[in-house]
Ligand binder design. Sequence first.
Ligand code: SF4
Ligand code: SF4
Length: 104
Amino acid sequence: MSAQPSVPDVDNATLEDRLYTVKYEDPGDSHLDVKVPGFCAERCDTDDCIDVCPAGVWQQTDDGVPQIAYENCLECGSCRFACPLNNVVWEYPENGAGVTYRHG
Ligand code: SF4
Ligand code: SF4
């Protein structure tokens, strides 16, 4: 029988607790963007990129083009697939920067 992976002993009752176990290295430049800002401002009637992000990276602005706090990205990829207009530019951060998961 193969060994089962151990369950990390982390007090992670809340999302904030869980996010605290994640380590970030700022890549220095955003690996996320919108392809055509005008699509966000004029054609998009959802907040899917904002709603789907577990880390609050996408933030609403007055002009309808989301602000992107890329430093907090968990690299889950959800925003890329949630956008109904395929308007998200998504790449892994360069040079191994970005998120590191301490407990697997
Ligand atoms: S869901 Fe897509 S088109 Fe709509 S605001 Fe977000 S990135 Fe822009
Ligand atoms: S990849 Fe995940 S964590 Fe990063 S911005 Fe998109 S939804 Fe948020």
